[in-house]
Design a protein around this ligand. Structure first.
Ligand code: NAD
Length: 261
């Protein structure tokens, strides 16, 4: 299937590793111009160099924290100045730590809201008016909301707000040729999941490989996902071919969530 991504300009947030990095690589392989950001300049530069080398695509990169509105705004302005337009924005950020409700402090809640919800608001605020000018755009958020994950209080709570935001923007911007969709990753093998397995292992006394085996038994596919499998769905949603998919939350989880919708 020709996705029609050649020459499209895509911003992908929080990209030095994991799902964000896989999405940036996939879009670049499909011929998009890619602009990426993450906090650590050195690892981000290495990621940009890798994508450039493996795809031949020029990659703009800027070290920033996605919770910093001024930095996000300057980045989006720089991307438009370099490539002339912005067509696609994939929001992403690191996940908040796991904890019980009892041990979660007010400042932990505020920091998780900044990381997950406000970072999405910032990118949406800066990119949607630019997409509106061109009467074409794709905003893609990543937020697993269909079923809470045990121990991930902050993530379960605040990601629902991200999905509410995405669904509302889908209604407000559809008339301008912009689609807004949300992708829900299941257990996908990244540094974040390794960290989660170690945390559970430390508190439960199980070995990390037993934690992974437990997750795999929960998944009808019988295995964890790969970042590239997640990225393929994002690339489709970002494409010309997904023009009539709007306001959807699509699970990429090997069948983990048992709900009908
Ligand atoms: P990861 O920890 O492997 O990668 C996170 C990336 O975000 C890194 O590049 C990191 O540098 C960057 N980052 C973190 N905080 C940032 C900030 N404030 N500003 C800029 N960059 C920042 O995580 P991942 O597995 O790729 O997951 C990405 C998101 O998806 C997380 O929010 C995670 O909780 C969520 N998620 C992951 C899974 C999974 O199984 N991997 C499942 C469901 C949801």
């Amino acid at each position: 299937m020709e996705l029609g991504l050649t020459g499209r300009v895509a911003i992908v947030a929080a990209v030095s590793k994991g799902l964000g990095r896989a999405v940036a690589e996939e879009l670049a392989r499909e011929g998009a111009h890619v602009a990426i950001c993450a906090r650590t300049a050195t690892t981000l530069a290495e990621t940009a160099a890798h994508i450039q080398k493996t795809t031949g695509c020029e990659v703009l990169h800027q070290a920033l924290d996605v919770t910093d509105f001024t930095a996000v705004a300057a980045f989006v302005t720089a991307v438009e100045a370099r490539f002339g337009r912005i067509d696609i924005c994939v929001t992403n950020a690191g996940g908040p730590p796991s904890n019980s409700f009892e041990n979660t402090k007010p400042e932990d809640w505020r920091s998780a809201v900044d990381q997950l919800l406000m970072s999405t608001v910032f990118f949406a605020k800066e990119t949607l008016p630019r997409m509106q000018k061109n009467k074409w755009g794709r905003l893609i958020t990543s937020s697993a909301v269909k079923q809470p994950v045990d121990g991930l209080l902050l993530s379960n709570s605040i990601r629902s707000a991200v999905t509410g935001l995405a669904r509302t923007l889908a209604n407000e911007y559809a008339a301008d040729g912009i689609t807004v969709n949300n992708v829900c990753p299941g257990y996908t093998r990244t540094a974040r999941l390794d960290g989660l397995a170690s945390t559970i292992s430390a508190s439960s006394g199980s070995k990390p490989e037993e934690v992974f085996a437990h997750w795999e038994r929960e998944i009808p596919a019988g295995r964890l996902g790969t970042p590239r499998e997640f990225a393929a769905v994002v690339a489709f949603l970002a494409s010309e071919r997904a023009s009539y998919v709007n306001g959807a939350s699509i699970a990429v989880d090997g069948g983990l969530v048992r709900s009908l919708l």
